[in-house]
Design a protein around this ligand. Structure first.
Ligand SMILES: *[C@@H]1O[C@H](CO)[C@@H](O)[C@H](O)[C@H]1NC(C)=O
Ligand SMILES: *[C@@H]1O[C@H](CO)[C@@H](O)[C@H](O)[C@H]1NC(C)=O
Ligand SMILES: *[C@@H]1O[C@H](CO)[C@@H](O)[C@H](O)[C@H]1NC(C)=O
Ligand SMILES: *[C@@H]1O[C@H](CO)[C@@H](O)[C@H](O)[C@H]1NC(C)=O
Ligand SMILES: *[C@@H]1O[C@H](CO)[C@@H](O)[C@H](O)[C@H]1NC(C)=O
Length: 321
């Protein structure tokens, strides 16, 4: 979930200065066309377990639905209100470093931008990083379908009824990365230190997972995640998540060397080694997409199996202070 806004923040960071000065009274931005809003493809309250958790739209690597807060996804009125607010502002109002756009045409990039706008709105509904997980929707499958070119409108949930079960958390695409993927070479060719970090730099600068697998197993393959849900209880994650440090670094290193997620090649990543805000965010993004695609495209560990979200918030806070 995290990388969506990380990428948005990075790729659109240059556009903030372009806000025009208005002499005339500002025109009220029009609300988005609801027909173009990606559908959740899921509803709240499915199969409640009595502790505030319900089944999500997506199966975990244990083959069972990833559990989500029973209040997720939100009702459409509340969601649309927030989406409109964010689109009008051009950023997530609860998490301003995360930019959004809502282009209305049918291009792949525009469809993914709308999906991204919906995803980051969802994830930040109640505050920065506080919202509903992507696994409370079929956004992940929709993103894959759009990237694969099997969807031609903003309403792809109906087109991909079965793909949801293949994708744990987060959708392994972003507007910028997938749009670029055809044109961008898959290996890093320049030889400056930021473009080709050493193995040691990767291991040292890799954001810490901040959590370990196997905490408080519930006997059905789910364990406590690093993050509490809106019900105040840990969001459950597959017990094998996150990976151990060795596998994490090995996967991250392989992906950094390739310049993209090897198991999901449309997802590009970089691993700059300085500690500017943008570079820290880029490394966090590289770690997040590595984790989410650890065992295949869209098959991996959810971001809530780590403290990446909190780390991103800390980086953002540094940036605005
Ligand atoms: C929709 O959700 C919001 C936030 O949870 C809540 O305040 C509102 O009452 C809900 N509206 C309906 C119609 O359920
Ligand atoms: C969305 O999909 C449904 C079912 O396939 C279809 O009936 C509807 O017209 C579609 N809406 C748009 C905006 O394409
Ligand atoms: C990259 O640059 C370093 C030092 O600037 C140099 O030692 C190394 O040989 C270069 N590698 C390649 C592949 O050009
Ligand atoms: C990546 O992690 C997975 C799961 O922990 C592991 O099975 C796999 O061997 C790792 N891949 C590499 C290239 O190390
Ligand atoms: C950048 O990293 C250096 C070395 O680790 C550290 O001393 C410095 O405080 C860092 N700066 C920021 C802004 O994090």
């Amino acid at each position: 979930m995290l990388f969506v806004h990380v990428l948005s923040a990075i790729t659109l960071v240059g556009s903030v200065a372009a806000i025009p000065f208005r002499v005339l009274p500002p025109q009220r931005k029009r609300d988005v066309n609801p027909a173009l809003v990606p559908s959740f493809g899921w509803q709240s309250g499915v199969n409640p377990d009595g502790t505030g958790n319900c089944d999500g739209a997506v199966d975990g690597t244990n083959g069972k639905p990833i559990l989500i807060p029973c209040s997720c996804p939100p009702n459409s009125t509340f969601f649309l209100t927030n989406l409109n607010k964010n689109v009008a502002a051009g950023f997530v109002t609860t998490n301003p470093t995360v930019k959004v756009s809502f282009p209305t045409d049918d291009s792949t990039a525009s469809q993914l931008a709308r999906l991204n706008a919906a995803a980051v709105t969802l994830q930040n509904l109640e505050g920065p990083g506080v919202g509903c997980p992507i696994s409370s929707t079929t956004f992940s499958a929709q993103g894959k379908a759009i990237s694969a070119g099997t969807s031609t409108n903003g309403n792809s949930s109906a087109a991909t009824p079965t793909a949801a079960s293949e994708t744990p958390a987060g959708f392994g695409v972003s507007p910028s990365t997938s749009a670029m993927s055809a044109a961008v070479p898959t290996s890093i060719t320049s030889n400056d230190s930021s473009a080709s970090p050493t193995d040691e730099q990767i291991a040292t600068l890799a954001p810490p997972l901040g959590w370990q697998a196997g905490i408080n197993p519930d006997g059905t393959g789910n364990c406590d995640g690093a993050v509490d849900g809106t019900n105040g209880k840990p969001i459950l994650i597959p017990c094998q998540c996150p990976p151990d440090q060795t596998n994490y670094i090995a996967n991250l290193t392989a992906n950094v060397r390739a310049g993209h997620v090897i198991l999901n090649p449309t997802v590009q990543l970089t691993f700059p080694t300085d500690n500017s805000t943008a570079s820290q965010s880029a490394r966090l993004n590289a770690a997040a997409v590595t984790l989410q695609n650890l065992n295949g495209a869209g098959k991996g560990c959810p971001i809530v199996s780590t403290t990446f979200s909190a780390q991103q918030k800390a980086i953002n806070a540094e940036n605005t202070s």
